[in-house]
Design a protein around this ligand. Sequence first.
Ligand SMILES: Nc1ncnc2c1ncn2[C@@H]1O[C@H](COP(=O)(O)OP(=O)(O)OP(=O)(O)O)[C@@H](O)[C@H]1O
Length: 374
Amino acid sequence: MLLITRVPIIATQQTRAANARRTAGVTFAARLAFEDVHHTYGDLPTLRGVTLAAEPGEVLCLLGPSGSGKTTLLRLAAGIEPLERGRLLLNDREIAGPQTHLPPERRGIGLMFQDFALFPHLTILDNVKFGLTALSPVDARREALAALDRVGMVHYADNYPHALSGGEQQRVALARALAPRPAVLLMDEPFSGLDSRLKDSVRAETLAILREARATAIVVTHDAEEAMRMGDRIALLRDGALEQVGTAEDLYHRPANLFAAGFFSEINVFESVVSDGVAQTPLGPVAAKDFAHGSNVSIAIRLPGVEVTETPCGVSARIVARRFLGVEELVTLAVAGGDNPIDARIRAGQLRSGVRDVSVTVNARDILVFERNG
Ligand SMILES: Nc1ncnc2c1ncn2[C@@H]1O[C@H](COP(=O)(O)OP(=O)(O)OP(=O)(O)O)[C@@H](O)[C@H]1O
């Protein structure tokens, strides 16, 4: 595990002792439940009846586009935003409700912000000790060092935040959030400040640390791939309402609607009307047996499911644009009867350069049909 390899050689006896402690979880993971939560900012409804629970020890990703209400849910859970309607339960205890508002410091819920929010004038050790005011100075120091050791940063204890890279600051922020042993850890876009190469390794490390700490965590992201990499389950939000909750496989293979399908894959969308269990598209007929004759449907076809060949078969198409993406190539095609061009992602080098006329077939597993409403 990357975390172990980063623990420096100089951290010897202390690290071994901490490693022994690390075999036990640092948190007493709790269940956090949102029951029919509504929220408005002024006249703007931000959350519209969200019912959702993070189970003990689970990493639950809150996914959704900008403005869908993800941060508001975290702020309500942390207690920094008053709950207007609904209930919040930590295990079976109501922490917010019509008659309850437990203050943030008494909830046992940790919050980690996207900019890490380290205090620049405090050392790394003092930053991590900051939330440990309930402990004696000796115990607070011991716990803070253990938390830093857990994230492989104990050797930076006397440094200041400005001397750390973005990834190192993220690990210190994680140590600070975990040091008070929160029952639930809330993380708001915790990797958004990192460059894309660093992001993968920091994300993997963070997940390993959360698992080791056996923490219940709710992680906000607007990136579907990040949610699939991190979440035991994913809750997809749109306009303050839950669209779908499930595992990455559930949301990818069985999206509840066109919005969910488009969030998890790049898709071509066609509109059609079902006739005797079949819907016509410019790429050929699609089975729609579960839909009544005459139903208006939207058909989503995932880009990697569009096969493009120079051998005549399937539907004839003309290439209008090609973009080399390394391993893959993005090809834009015009097909007879299609109002808009369609896209395909194919293996780079699969088509000769300069070729224009091709054939298109579609993999049945990459076709999704949804009732069209509105
Ligand atoms: N303090 C505030 N006052 C007024 N409106 C707010 C406030 N905070 C958020 N909003 C609005 O509430 C809606 C939901 O915001 P929220 O930050 O929860 O969304 P989000 O899904 O976390 O978005 P992002 O991914 O951009 O952070 C948005 O329309 C936002 O403009």
